[in-house]
Design a protein around this ligand. Sequence first.
Ligand SMILES: [Mg+2]
Length: 230
Amino acid sequence: MSKKNRRRAPQRPTVVFDFGGVLSAGHDPVPDIHALLGGDAGAVGEALWTERGDYDAGRTSPAEYWGAVARAAGVEELSAAEIDELQDADNRYFLRLEPDSRALLHDLARNDVRMALLSNASAAFGEAVRKADWFEAFTLAVISAEERTVKPEREIYEVLLDVLAHETGGVRLPSAVIFFDDRAENVEAARALGIDAHLWPRNGDPHPEGTEPGVSIARRVLAERGVPTD
Ligand SMILES: [Mg+2]
């Protein structure tokens, strides 16, 4: 056997996506939630985002989270059906994929590129995302509420690297993980662990003349890394 053949083949890269603002078309479920709850839209929005951190970290239940959002709208009591309705509206909003992001997922899937999701999200959203038609192309999803740790905490990236290592015969190679996220602190935390992380300007935000949308940054980075997307 030649020396060349004995050398370990370079590990196939894994492409890891954040969800909100990267795969989702938008990042503002407040109008949809406000349409259900009524009350003051500003107060609903403030409660929805203020309470979201604990919900995404798995520290509060759907009843506690949606109860707090509803109280901000002046709704004191929610039935189990109403809690489900609010959660469904939130899931539906976020599960609307950006068409260009969806096209990228299709291209990667067609080329058998390993894909994973790393999302700060509730367990309820984790359940919904795994039922999405496109999720079949993903090898796994790391959902913050299920792991009780959120980006940019180091622990959630360790979980990601550990589960990916399990998929690749125990070899842990952060540099073979290409990660896209719309929050700079999440990108920096990933880079600190050696992950090949890149900022994806949030879908739905305006792209001033001359700036590159996230999907074209991703396509350029992937091409540079030799990841097929044709
Ligand atoms: Mg995001």
